[in-house]
Ligand binder design. Structure first.
Ligand code: NDP
Length: 419
């Protein structure tokens, strides 16, 4: 018997909740706690009668540590799975420490207000010292390591697809295929088409910020930063076909550089069509991607939040999206003195996901590993105390669970590589 509290009830949480309810032998009790309780209640109503998992709902402001601590203490879950936004990572970790409960998430900390001078001073120092300018990095959450160790608690960072599954693929490749991994290319391809001129597949604010930022990759012990979309390649993705992809900064590069010994280069590429990029550039040029408030008709509005209100809700894209995603990693390295290359990937079909859980593949490929991460903790398979990224655990039970719970993977030897 185990109890999980999920915070947030958006696109990713909805899939994770469906999957927990399919897996009610592990997840006997589930609380869905979010800012808008009506969304939690609607999902509960949809799932009840189809699952043995006992679902409870609650309203909570996860920015408020006291309020959240009280709710966690009252429900007394075995773990809290944070599927709200990266802005809430630290407050939820604090509440977990206060209440003595394990913690998991899918995205590393990022502040909501990047103009906050206190945060900005630390950020600017980090940019100079580390050499990358992304607003998010792991230092904030890694700083909790000792606190979690002392409390005898586990915090697992980044159990989505990327980071998450791509990180577990890396640990698996190292365990079973290589003595040493030299390069990792993470390739994230969405071959789906939703039929709108422009929409984002997950939270527009998080998505557009990520895509419009500088790119960067890790090489020979340091970061190399690029202009946004500066490095472009074409790749022929199994089951999807040829797509243009662009080098982005991505959070798992930071943790893999630390946790995969001897790795020389790590890059991350994501596919984008020309129309998406043209729309985004235009929105950026007119200031619609800005996170700084502007005054409009006597009211303060944040342009990117206003844009979010205009764009299709990612949660509604499911029924319209056709096509497949292909996300995976190409590894090069040596085994028994010989050079070797393998590609581990998953292909996910948007319409199949919709049929199963009424969601498109982007939320599906994140929500399933979120459930699996929680399952690793609740079943005691992953039980180190402290703060860890997923590649620091035994990948085998997680890889087995991916096959079982809807994200089967393929290992391809001698694949096409990226120059
Ligand atoms: P959504 O915007 O769809 O959902 C976020 C949910 O969090 C909403 O239900 C929202 O409430 C709730 N929420 C926001 N602020 C608070 C708060 N202060 N207190 C309580 N609840 C709050 O986002 P997604 O589902 O698309 O993304 C969820 C997370 O997954 C994000 O952190 C995202 O970065 C991450 N992600 C990770 C990926 C990976 O592969 N690792 C890929 C995709 C996403 P309300 O309903 O009121 O808006």
């Amino acid at each position: 018997m185990s109890k999980l509290m999920i915070i947030g009830c958006g696109g990713v949480a909805s899939v994770a909740i469906h999957k927990c309810c399919q897996n009610s032998e592990v997840f006997t009790d589930l609380m869905i706690a979010s800012r808008t309780k009506s969304k939690c209640d609607a999902l509960k109503a949809k799932l009840e009668g189809k699952t043995n998992t006992k679902i409870t709902t609650a309203q909570v402001d996860a920015d408020n540590v006291e309020e959240l601590t009280a709710l966690i203490k009252e429900y007394a879950p075995d773990a809290v799975l944070n599927l709200a936004l990266p802005y809430q990572d630290l407050t939820i970790m604090d509440a977990c420490l206060n209440a003595g409960v394990d913690y998991l998430d899918t995205a590393n900390y990022e502040p909501e207000d990047t103009d906050d001078p206190k945060w900005r001073a630390i950020y600017e120092k980090r940019c100079e010292e580390e050499g990358f300018t992304a607003y998010f990095d792991y230092s904030w959450q890694w700083a909790y390591k000792e606190k979690f160790e002392k409390a005898g608690l586990t915090a697992i960072l980044g159990t989505g697809f990327d980071p998450g599954v791509t990180s577990v693929f890396s640990a698996y490749a190292l365990k079973h295929y290589f003595d040493e991994i030299h390069t990792i290319d993470i390739l994230d391809c969405n071959g789906g088409d939703h039929g709108y001129p422009f929409a984002t597949n997950f939270n527009p604010e998080i998505n557009l910020r990520e895509v419009s930022a500088n790119g960067s990759y890790w090489e020979n012990g340091h970061w190399v930063e690029t202009k946004p979309m500066e490095i472009k390649r074409e790749y022929d993705f199994p089951q999807v076909g040829k797509k243009d992809m662009y080098l982005l900064h991505h959070e798992e590069i930071e943790s893999l550089a630390k946790n995969i010994p001897g790795v020389k280069r790590i890059r991350f590429f994501m596919t984008f069509g020309q129309s998406y990029l043209t729309h985004m550039k235009c929105l950026e040029n007119v200031g619609m991607l800005s996170t700084s408030p502007v005054s409009f008709n006597g009211q303060e509005i944040v342009p990117i939040q206003f844009l979010k209100a205009l764009l299709p809700d990612p949660a509604t894209l499911g029924p319209r999206t056709v096509g497949k995603t292909n996300i995976g990693c190409i590894f090069t390295g040596v085994k028994d003195g010989k050079e070797k290359t393998i590609y581990i990937y998953n292909v996910c079909d948007h319409q199949e996901c919709y049929k199963e859980v009424e969601s498109q593949a982007i939320s599906y490929t994140t929500g399933v590993p979120a459930m699996i991460g929680a399952m690793m903790v609740l079943t005691g398979k992953w039980n180190k105390k402290g703060v860890f990224n997923v590649e620091e655990f035994d990948p085998d039970p997680y890889m087995e669970a991916l096959n079982k719970w809807g994200l089967p993977w393929v290992v391809c030897e001698n694949p096409e590589t990226v120059d």
